[in-house]
Design a protein around this ligand. Structure first.
Ligand SMILES: *Cc1c(COP(=O)(O)O)cnc(C)c1O
Length: 346
């Protein structure tokens, strides 16, 4: 077969999830599945997480939240945080999807849809702790909490969570964000109890800054074994995906492999090492549907070359490739196109 493959290791996904949970306990894991589970494929990732006992599933948008509900049946909590249309809110309410709410306007629409449908909304209010990417400002927090409480007393919503997202640019900024967050938690507590789910941290802060963890931690990258750009390797965490291509032609000093920019490989990755049966070799050029790799003794048509993975054949991780071109490992995975076949290998 000459089509490239993204080979997925269920055993490693399970091990990563376990390592993350152990690390963050007693904070609970909300595993994040945005962008088709960071390019790994939503169905496989959600089913594997469910089988290992994950109870919180994070979806950016409601449409993939609905897909996740179809996979999970009545099990599990799904959290979708994109500000969405009324039609999408209706879908979320019908499928028991918790909503992340970061503006007063969105809250009003959620309450209106719940009232119109005779449905019940589960709401996690987002406080803007400095990232300025959606979120209620501290000065509008108290009033918004009051609106939620009124809707709660009418039986239209449950105020189940308070959340925010960290910049993770510096510890000092994250500490400031935390104090804004705790202030919002205090104000809501004074208005009638603190919601059970408090969530502020994603992969890096959940792992490295225990004092910032809430009762819930939203984690994507580390579950898939994608370390942070410019961050260290992590104990017990390994890349779950390996990208492979087949040798199509053996030239004098080079081989031609069946993967290229149309598969989502940035041509700027030329110069990086990839894995071969004889260890690391240079990726010399990236064309549209093929690439040229430095050859090795005994190279043959049909041999496998590994573009990124766990290092078994001398290849680098997605994050190490990403660092060469100043991006993050997530992007190397999520830009792979449908030409790349996903195959579960364990
Ligand atoms: C992507 C995302 C996460 C997960 O981030 P990772 O660094 O992949 O763990 C958590 N929360 C929000 C709001 C996100 O957008």
């Amino acid at each position: 077969m000459s089509r490239p493959e993204l080979r997925l290791r269920t055993d490693l996904l399970v091990a990563n999830i376990r390592a993350v949970r152990e690390r963050i306990a007693p904070s609970e894991l909300m595993m994040v599945f945005k962008d088709d589970a960071y390019g790994h494929g939503l169905t496989w990732a959600v089913e594997t997480a469910r089988d290992v006992g994950v109870e919180w599933f994070g979806s950016y948008d409601i449409a993939s939240g609905v897909e996740m509900r179809r996979l999970l049946g009545a099990e599990g909590r799904i959290f979708a945080w994109a500000t969405s249309t009324d039609a999408e809110i209706d879908e979320a309410l019908a499928h028991h999807i918790d909503l992340g709410v970061g503006t007063a306007e969105y809250l009003e629409r959620v309450v209106t849809r719940a009232r119109t449908l005779g449905a019940h909304a589960r709401v996690h209010l987002k406080i803007d702790t400095g990232l300025h990417r959606n979120g209620l400002l501290p000065e509008e927090w108290e009033e918004t909490v009051r609106v939620v409480r009124v809707a709660e007393s009418e039986g239209l919503v449950s105020f189940v969570g308070i959340w925010s997202h960290l910049a993770e640019a510096s510890d000092a900024e994250d500490d400031d964000a935390r104090s804004v967050f705790l202030d919002a938690v205090r104000v809501s507590g004074e208005s009638g109890g603190t919601p059970a789910m408090l969530h502020l941290t994603a992969s890096a802060a959940s792992w490295w800054r225990p004092e910032l963890r809430g009762s819930l931690s939203r984690i994507g990258a580390f579950c898939y074994g994608i370390r942070s750009a410019d961050g260290p390797d992590l104990d017990g965490i390994a890349p779950v995906a390996e990208l492979t291509a087949t040798v199509l032609e053996v030239l004098d000093d080079d081989v031609v492999v069946g993967i290229g920019s149309f598969d989502g490989i940035p041509s700027t990755l030329a110069g990086a090492d990839v894995g071969t049966p004889e260890g690391p070799r240079e990726l010399r050029r990236v064309h549209e549907t093929s690439s040229v790799v430095a050859g090795w003794a005994g190279a043959a048509v049909g041999d496998t070359v590994t573009l990124f993975g766990g290092g078994e054949h001398g290849e680098q991780s997605a994050t190490s490739l990403a660092e060469r071109i100043d991006t993050v490992g997530e992007e190397i995975l999520t830009r792979l196109t449908p030409r790349v076949r996903r195959r579960i290998v364990s």
